[in-house]
Design a protein around this ligand. Structure first.
Ligand code: GLV
Ligand code: MN
Ligand code: MN
Ligand code: MN
Length: 420
């Protein structure tokens, strides 16, 4: 059912070489000198260099680039029916600050390689195929993540994050305007669209496929997530002279708050995920009582009711737990649990089976741009195994053959979807 010349046209060595070339843009020390990590924050010169590289590779094979008002970048392969709704594939090119070589970028380069293979195999698709790189998926520089896909899909207004600042105090709006000015030579396209379908390749970011000796994860949906910021405001005092009874110690109140939140989010089944991943303390000196703490909460669950109930309880629990500080709890991001429509997972499953690959239907624990596409068009994802399930870390690794297998499944899936 899958053309053999399509499978052989996916070039594992070229695909891997491109991944490694991209990894050099923002390389940071990794577990060994041969395995660097990557820090490529969104809308930075490194991000722009990566995009230029992608545009260049696309141009070599005849793909036309365009950019929308959020900086989302598209490469278009024309269909025999140019007015037909395109099939969209892609992911993101930004990384975590201490990130790896595959999270995000593989999904974009898999799209490029798949389209290149389709063209090399001489397969004319009825529908156009577009490869997209969404802006700011990780939320590492500007929180939250998935801004590009949220604005594109209408999940949030494009100006929602204008005043969000990075650690240097640059606003998202300023960074985006600077970025768009630097890409002024690339044709503009309107924000939003109605693709026929969307399919995103990604490393699993969990241990299951590797542990079970499988090749492909057929992703059926994504658990929900909510992000909060808690701010505790007390009073600075001298650490050596101020009696405990007179203190308004923001760090001690943070400890009380987190202990109480651990009780709120306790789940014997370990399905509910609660993480405090970022803490900012002011003035952040060892001999001063802290007057201000800001910490983040990342809460996730596959069931909407649980995510709503526990998330809505957070502010009250923090308020009840702190003793000496003023409390402000703000929700920064939410994405409800999402089930993909059946069409794309079915196509991915067919493509994997036709190539003799071992596939498993599974839900994603990480969030992805794909979940914001669900209200727009049939959506799905393709996972490949990653070593020890590690991601968001320089040690993130998938083998060239594992990635190429996922890309071959993508190529066949795109041909299938672009026919319908
Ligand atoms: C995305 O990177 C996530 O945190 O799930
Ligand atoms: Mn990712
Ligand atoms: Mn990520
Ligand atoms: Mn992600």
């Amino acid at each position: 059912r899958v053309a053999p010349n399509l499978i052989s046209a996916v070039d594992e060595a070229r695909h891997w070489a491109r991944l490694m070339e991209m990894a050099a843009l923002g390389a940071i020390p990794g577990p060994t000198p041969e395995e660097p990590g990557v820090n490529r924050a969104c809308l930075t010169p490194l991000d722009r260099a990566a995009r230029r590289k992608l545009i260049g590779w696309g141009a070599e094979i005849g793909l036309a680039a365009s950019v929308d008002a959020m900086g989302n970048l598209f490469l278009r392969h024309e269909g025999t029916e140019p007015s037909a709704e395109p099939v969209l594939t892609g992911s993101h090119m930004d990384t975590q600050p201490n990130g790896g070589r595959f999270d995000g970028i593989w999904g974009v380069l898999a799209g490029l390689e798949a389209v290149q293979a389709i063209r090399a195999a001489g397969i004319a698709t009825r529908r156009p195929i577009e490869v997209v790189a969404w802006t700011n998926e990780e939320g590492g520089r500007f929180a939250p993540g998935c801004m590009g896909s949220m604005a594109w899909s209408g999940h949030a207004a494009p100006d929602t994050w204008d005043m969000v600042i990075d650690p240097e105090g640059t606003t998202f709006r300023a960074a985006l305007e600077q970025h768009l000015a630097a890409e002024a030579d690339i044709p503009r396209r309107p924000l939003g669209g109605r693709p026929h379908a969307y399919v995103e390749c990604h490393i699993e970011q969990g241990p299951r496929l590797e542990a079970e000796g499988l090749d492909i994860g057929v992703v059926t949906g994504i658990q929900g997530s909510r992000w909060f910021v808690v701010e505790l405001t007390g009073k600075t005092d001298h650490a050596g002279t101020t009696p405990l009874a007179l203190r308004h110690d923001a760090v001690q109140d943070m400890v009380r708050a987190i202990n109480a939140l651990n009780l709120l989010t306790r789940d014997p089944k370990d399905v509910l995920r609660f993480t405090v991943g970022r803490i900012e303390v002011s003035p952040n000196t060892s001999n001063t009582v802290a007057d201000r703490v800001r910490f983040t909460i990342d809460l996730r669950h596959p069931a909407k009711e649980v995510l709503l109930a526990r998330g809505d309880a957070i502010a009250g629990v923090v308020q009840a737990a702190v003793r000496d500080c003023r409390v402000a709890v703000t929700e920064r991001f939410h994405a409800m649990p999402t089930d993909f429509q059946p069409e794309v997972p079915a196509a991915v499953e067919r493509a994997a089976a036709a190539q003799g690959l071992k596939a498993l239907r599974m839900a994603s624990g990480a969030f992805h741009d794909a979940q914001f596409l669900v209200p727009v068009c049939p959506t799905g994802m393709i996972f490949v195994p990653c070593r020890d399930g590690v991601s968001h870390h320089p040690a993130e690794y998938s083998r060239p053959d594992q990635l190429a297998a996922g890309t071959r499944v993508l190529a066949a899936t795109l041909v299938d979807l672009a026919r319908g």
